[in-house]
Design a protein around this ligand. Structure first.
Ligand SMILES: *Cc1c(COP(=O)(O)O)cnc(C)c1O
Ligand code: SF4
Length: 333
């Protein structure tokens, strides 16, 4: 008998889970016990931006509650199809900041690689939902991305973004980090990801060891908007990252009907800290087509900042910022 040794990697648990993500609005609505009337508008909205949610994230939602703050972030609804003044497909000027295909630079010393268009969840408010991922993917033209990075000695921090950079397989991710490490002027590696929130098992031993063994100072910026997103399953995974010397921070987006309450923001900050994560940014919504129903009143933003100061230690207050196309930094509000 001949034994065949295969070099094809077996999919990991998280990859199998990702393949089982829910993409059919009718299925989502049935699974959550929501009214059938929601199906048709949801289907209409997914023609522009598909539905996607992991089973883990679904389990964190309350059954039959149309106002669940996690559900609101992922459920396609009627108002996404409305055309609203000042809302457009590139609200933060990404397209103008491309310095080489899939490589963006807006700010001093930092450059951002669009590493994939794939995500484990589709957030209805996403500012990159219309991004031309097919043309702008820094990994697809990896040699020229590296060449550009080598030629720009002013870049000290490289940010992996997307899409979600942790959608890449561990082996792919490892090769990316290895190649980046060979560029001497890069000192810090930053990863912007929502994947651990919607699928904690994504934090594999191999991923941790790739990051722990690299010479970079590594920062992971999670994207979590509501305390209910921080499940007990996630906690030990984050602890392991932290024990490996990785800095953990969070960015959230202020969203109407999701986290636009002082108590929710306070609870989010407290719970993040329990999980070993510091609040970093609270972004005001980017004016992306189809997301106007998430916009929060400006007066509330001012009140929120003061209330947070009155109740939380300074290190638990995120910087409330808005990204304005063409500016040199994210503007404090
Ligand atoms: C948001 C962003 C960054 C990071 O900005 P910080 O203020 O350092 O968090 C870097 N590059 C691009 C293109 C960005 O959009
Ligand atoms: S995970 Fe991030 S990039 Fe992906 S849809 Fe959500 S906000 Fe957009």
């Amino acid at each position: 008998m001949i034994t065949v040794s295969s070099t094809i990697e077996q999919p990991e648990y998280w990859q199998k889970e990702l393949a089982k993500a829910i993409t059919d609005p009718a299925k989502l609505i049935k699974m959550l016990g929501l009214p059938d009337e929601l199906i048709q508008p949801a289907q209409l909205a997914t023609e522009i931006f598909p539905l996607k949610v992991t089973r883990h994230f679904l389990q964190l939602m309350k059954y039959a509650d149309i106002n669940d703050p996690l559900l609101r972030q992922i459920l396609p609804i009627n108002s996404e199809n409305e055309v609203i003044k000042n809302y457009n497909t590139d609200p933060v000027g990404d397209n103008k900041s491309v310095i080489s295909a899939g490589l963006l630079q807006k700010y001093n010393g930092r450059a951002l690689i669009i590493s994939t268009g794939a995500c484990a969840v589709h957030c209805r408010y996403c500012f990159r939902k219309h991004f031309p991922y097919n043309e702008e993917n820094g990994l697809r033209v990896w040699d020229s991305t590296l060449k550009k990075l080598r030629s720009q000695a002013d870049i000290r921090e490289i940010i992996l973004s997307g899409g979600d950079p942790l959608s890449l397989s561990d082996s792919r991710f490892e090769r990316v980090v290895e190649d980046l490490q060979k560029i001497p002027h890069l000192k810090r590696l930053r990863i912007h990801t929502r994947l651990p929130i919607v699928l904690p098992e994504r934090i594999t031993e191999r991923l941790i060891s790739t990051l722990a063994q690299s010479r970079f100072q590594t920062i992971i910026i999670l994207h979590c908007n509501h305390p209910n997103e921080l499940s007990t399953i996630l906690k030990p995974y984050l602890s392991r990252l932290k024990k490996s010397g990785i800095t953990l921070m969070n960015q959230a987006v202020l969203l109407r009907g999701v986290n636009d309450k002082i108590e929710v923001q306070n609870k989010l900050s407290e719970r993040l800290f329990e999980f070993g994560v510091l609040p970093y940014y609270l972004h005001l919504l980017d004016s992306v087509t189809g997301a106007s129903h998430f916009e929060v009143d400006e007066k509330f933003v001012k009140k929120l900042e003061v209330k947070m100061r009155e109740t939380l230690p300074g290190y638990l207050i995120p910087k409330i910022v808005k990204e304005i196309a063409g500016e040199k930094y994210k503007i404090p509000q």
